[in-house]
Design a protein around this ligand. Structure first.
Ligand SMILES: CC(C)(COP(=O)(O)OP(=O)(O)OC[C@H]1O[C@@H](n2cnc3c(N)ncnc32)[C@H](O)[C@@H]1OP(=O)(O)O)[C@@H](O)C(=O)NCCC(=O)NCCS
Length: 423
């Protein structure tokens, strides 16, 4: 459904104009443009995100038009997410579907669109921005790898059973329908408890995922049902993605017999669909990966979400409950001091009083710092993707005094995180 918004227009140099999508005709033009850059599947994906996704907004779909021809020549979008970091909710605005026509590339058009995207992030009080895309490119715009994405755990067909053992035979599997949403939500939320950072998915988004998705992000949900008719597990298969294998892109908590029922079905689906193996694109600590060892799962690395922190001071204030809990559970309990995080070009003073984070103040340029860290590396530290020690092995300009090392390690431990990429 298209909800009208205030369209954005900005005249650029050389007869170019930056606009946001204002109506269905614009949305259609943009969908076709995205398909031209990325392939037809992205036309359908763009349409479903604009028309069917419950949380996308028209003014978040940006493009540059050549006034002489009326043609869209460059575009990107902001796709909203809600994430949970322990008990704190964070808004993240993905930079999605980024492309420029070949003949207009390397003229700074994406750089111009990124400036507007950043304004939208600030206007919308987003905490983070995330990107799945191209290696390296987005570092230029303040993004750094900070949350696992596109995990590559593989199950070989020949290592999987053809039929379930006695315990697993008690379970049935079937495709999920929208009437299963309450059960799916419960199972998803239960599995998310294993993660320090995960995406929050409301009923409307579930509805979209089961009924509204078209094109490159299409998927199917499968359920495991016990002998009493209770849904005890689910998994999701992405129709498109990297590699030739059958892609499992989500899974609930699973007991051993339920996991066995799942892999028997996965093998059957892989055979039926001519897929040479099964790729589990799942968090490292998920049950299917852990139990996958029974069937010789092997790991071939992962990519990562590239993340930008929109406003460092605001994010630190927002995660204060998390930081205070870590301090309280540590030898620094009752901490009464100023902890300065120095990003070289600007520093932030975290004032702890009796273990509570009472203020976070942006100091501008400063020589002081309990930790000195290049700005791009703050996201992997804060989101627990890399420890202070790992970062300092790689970058000598990540530095701390000895006492501060212990304190920084208490404040920013490594975390288990995973954001499923399915919208
Ligand atoms: C990648 C792509 C979006 C870049 O668009 P663009 O309009 O040429 O980007 P810009 O001109 O705004 O480039 C911004 C900066 O990145 C540099 N740059 C451009 N393409 C680059 C690339 N492929 N790799 C690294 N840097 C690149 C530019 O030189 C420029 O640097 P500068 O500002 O210091 O001069 C475009 O090449 C494209 O559409 N590619 C195919 C689709 C694609 O891969 N999209 C990204 C999917 S996530």
């Amino acid at each position: 459904m298209l909800t009208p918004t205030t369209p954005y227009t900005r005249h650029l140099e050389n007869g170019l104009i930056l606009k946001s999508v204002r109506d269905k005709a614009d949305a259609e033009r943009l969908a076709l443009f995205n398909g031209q850059i990325f392939g037809e599947g992205v036309t359908g994906m763009t349409r479903s995100l604009i028309y069917n996704h419950p949380h996308t907004r028209l003014e978040h779909w940006l493009y540059i038009e050549d006034e002489a021809t009326g043609q869209i020549i460059s575009a990107l979008s902001l796709i909203p997410w809600l994430w949970r970091c322990e008990d704190v909710l964070l808004k993240s605005g993905e930079m999605g579907v980024v492309g420029t026509l070949p003949e207009y590339r390397k003229r700074g058009l994406i750089r111009t669109l990124v400036t507007r995207h950043r304004e939208l992030l600030r206007e919308g009080d987003y905490d983070l921005s995330n990107i799945q895309g191209n290696p390296y490119f987005y570092r230029q715009f303040g993004y750094e790898y900070a949350i696992p994405l596109e995990a590559n755990y593989h199950l070989e067909r020949h290592n999987l059973p053809d039929a379930p053992g006695e315990a697993a035979a008690a379970f049935q599997v079937r495709r999920a329908t929208p009437s299963d949403i309450p059960a799916l939500m419960e199972l998803y939320d239960e599995a998310a408890k294993q993660l320090d950072i995960s995406a929050v998915r409301d009923a409307a988004t579930w509805q979209y995922q089961l009924e509204g998705v078209k094109g490159d992000t299409e998927s199917e949900f499968w359920l495991v049902i016990d002998a009493q008719g209770v849904t005890v597990g689910y998994w999701r298969i992405a129709f498109h993605g990297f590699g030739a294998g059958l892609i499992v892109c989500e899974s609930s908590r699973l007991t051993v017999p339920v996991a066995e029922a799942v892999v028997v079905k996965l093998k059957a689906l892989a055979v039926e669909r001519g897929k040479p193996d099964i790729r589990l694109n799942l968090p490292a600590n998920s049950d299917l990966i852990q139990l996958g060892k029974i069937w010789h799962v092997h790991h071939e690395g992962a990519y990562a979400w590239q993340i930008q922190i929109v406003d460092v001071a605001r994010l630190l204030r927002k995660i204060a409950p998390v930081l205070e809990r870590r301090i309280a559970a540590s030898p620094f309990s009752g901490l009464d001091e100023h902890v300065i995080i120095n990003l070289y070009r600007e520093a932030f003073d975290l004032h702890f009083s009796h273990g509570k984070l009472v203020s976070v103040t942006a100091l501008g340029f400063s020589e002081r710092g309990e930790i000195n860290i290049p700005p791009l590396l703050l996201a992997p530290l804060l989101l627990g993707y890399r420890s202070r020690e790992e970062l300092s092995h790689m970058y000598p300009d990540v530095s701390c005094w000895p006492r501060a090392k212990v304190l920084v390690d208490v404040l920013f431990p490594k975390m288990e995180s995973f954001i499923y990429s399915g919208y």
